[in-house]
Unconditional design. Structure first.
Length: 599
């Protein structure tokens, strides 16, 4: 019986280990190999394997040195059988074997070297698995790529492209650095193969690049930058924070790898080992340590490299995915990269105007924002608080689910609407939902000298639907526009008293007609008592009705409840609010902010 293989520490002169896969004439014969140390700077004669681990079922034996055994997954077994030679030893770098996965120190040493391991190898072998549909799609894509002057309809190949990228390998986060650093990359699915560049060629010609195809398109830009030394568009697109955003769909088992898998590719980031002193010119330094919890890693990434980040980027990416848990309780202003994107930006509530002075409060790990006092600059005010909230807008909702949500919102508003104000209220509701789209139409109206910007696709249909109870028309894009604004958000009613929340638990309290709250929208984790912070309010007219609206730079804050300071808050996210002009309490009379600390 074979003994379990025991790893030894790498010698000081070695970079990593290489798997020497022994030849066999038997296609399904036992897998035999040796593990050897190498220095990748002097020994580039190996190929690197890129694959998915598959289910964590380590049931397949790999025999080392005829007397030891390592158990591997079935998918890796299939890959090694596919690439094993009948006559010659094949030297492969395979992460699951060449890195001691049970030793965090070994992982911390080798993972920063992975970019060099894949860059210096003689070629990268991408194993997509054994999949009949995938093989068929790969053959079709390969044949399509060989047509020098093809006249076929490009839509014919679209189904095969989309089928191919649905294979599990394309959803894995580590694949990016495994294929974009080397000019010699080949993809294999069963017995079928295609050069990576041929796949890129077909994706480039596709008329519908979305989902994982857009990820492949992004990978092409990174490959061009690293392998050809050509900046595809702008080098700024290779900033770490941009890669984390663009490739956020790609998954990984360990949440810390959301940073480690991409940091080595960024033009502004350098991976190091803990305690290593680096003089690399890249500004952001990321030390690989699997002893650090993911939330601490995300926080440390920002706080130790704070001068390298723009606070507007941080608040923007926090807004897109925040769920209210504040990075495991550590921070409300640092993006939690484990979370999916659940909302799109509104009008830039994260872009604070007036050039505030922004610094890091190292003692609190907090963002300290000081608003500059300039002549004529009103700064920011807390002018109201949330009184009531609707349910969150449903994600990936069907038209029926959206209609149910609209009815629920309407029932909430009917609690303080009157028959005389019903039509005005519907216009106000439509305006708050479609304000971003109105701005698009406004730009077009200015270009065409047409100032009737409230006549745009969506707004009129919405008011018609609400006023007359008409059915939603599939020919219109009403729900598409509504989902673009409201996914990941909820509607709220504002307290009429500037900056002073009322009790959120007093459901029996009626709101008089003369004391109506305003309508607003904010993140789905907003709740009663949250404060609306805005730069100013302006009067705008849509459908002949004047509304007082908060400025583009509007966001929600929540008191920390520590009872110590009045300027310390949790950041909730960007918001928007408006009310019919001259109704209820006057706006713009709330508490003036001179500085805020976001914890």
């Amino acid at each position: 019986m074979s003994l379990p293989y025991q790893y030894t520490k790498l010698s000081p002169a070695a970079s990593t280990r290489i798997l020497e896969l022994q030849p066999s004439h038997e296609q399904d014969g036992p897998l035999r190999c040796k593990l050897c140390e190498i220095n990748i700077e002097s020994d580039p004669f190996y190929e690197a394997l890129s694959y998915t681990w598959g289910k964590p079922e380590f049931t397949q034996p790999l025999i080392l040195e005829d007397e030891f055994v390592i158990y591997i997954t079935p998918n890796l077994r299939d890959a090694l059988l596919r690439f094993r030679s009948k006559l010659n030893v094949r030297r492969l770098w395979v992460d699951a074997i060449c890195i001691n996965q049970q030793d965090d120190d070994d992982k911390a040493k080798q993972i920063p070297l992975m970019t060099e391991i894949y860059r210096r190898c003689s070629g990268v072998l991408v194993w997509l698995g054994i999949d009949a549909r995938g093989s068929s799609s790969m053959e079709a894509v390969n044949a399509f790529s060989r047509q020098i002057d093809h006249q076929d309809d490009e839509s014919i190949i679209q189904d095969d492209l989309e089928s191919l990228v649905r294979l599990p390998w394309f959803g894995r986060r580590w694949i990016v650095q495994e294929v974009v650093l080397n000019p010699n990359v080949t993809l294999f699915c069963g017995e079928t193969q295609i050069p990576w560049l041929r796949l890129l060629q077909v994706v480039r010609s596709s008329q519908n690049v979305s989902g994982l195809l857009s990820v492949v398109k992004t990978m092409e830009s990174i490959w061009i930058y690293h392998c050809l030394g050509i900046e595809a568009g702008s080098q700024a697109s290779l900033r770490l924070i941009d890669l984390l955003s663009i490739l956020s769909e790609l998954g990984c088992v360990d949440a810390r790898d959301r940073i480690y898998a991409l940091a080595g590719l960024a033009s502004d980031t350098f991976l190091t080992q803990p305690g290593e002193v680096s003089r690399d010119p890249r500004e952001i330094k990321v030390a690989v340590s699997y002893n650090t919890p993911a939330e601490n890693l995300y926080m440390d990434l920002i706080t130790t490299n704070f001068r390298c980040f723009d606070y507007r980027d941080l608040l923007k990416h926090t807004d897109l995915r925040a769920d209210g848990l504040r990075l495991g309780g550590l921070s409300s202003w640092v993006p939690d990269w484990r979370l999916p994107v659940v909302r799109q930006t509104l009008s830039g509530g994260w872009s604070l105007e007036g050039s505030p002075k922004v610094s890091l409060d190292a003692d609190l790990n907090a963002l300290h924002i000081q608003f500059r006092k300039k002549q004529g600059d009103p700064g920011y005010i807390i002018h109201s608080s949330i009184e009531k909230i609707s349910n969150a807008f449903p994600l990936n909702a069907s038209p029926n689910a959206i209609m149910d949500w609209i009815k629920e919102v309407w029932d909430l508003l009917l609690g303080w609407a009157t028959a005389a104000t019903r039509e005005l209220l519907i216009h106000q509701l439509g305006m708050i939902f479609f304000q971003d789209h109105m701005k698009d139409e406004w730009s077009k109206a200015i270009a065409n000298y047409d100032w009737q910007m409230y006549y745009f696709k969506g707004y009129a249909e919405f008011t018609e639907m609400m006023l007359k109870g008409s059915e939603y028309s599939q020919d219109e894009k009403l729900f598409t526009l509504l989902k673009r604004t409201m996914e990941g958000r909820r509607l709220f009613l504002l307290s009429p008293k500037p900056g002073r929340p009322t009790s959120s638990n007093d459901e029996s309290k009626s709101i008089s007609t003369s004391d109506r709250p305003a309508i607003g929208i904010g993140p789905s984790h907003a709740h009663p008592g949250d404060l609306v912070c805005t730069r100013e309010t302006t009067t705008k007219t849509w459908a002949g009705i004047s509304h007082a609206c908060t400025a583009d730079s509007t966001f929600l804050l929540r008191g920390t409840g520590d009872g110590v300071t009045q300027d310390r808050f949790f950041y909730i996210g960007e918001a928007r609010a408006n009310r019919r002009h001259a109704e209820g309490a006057a706006w713009g009379t709330g508490h003036r902010l001179h500085s805020i600390i976001l914890c």
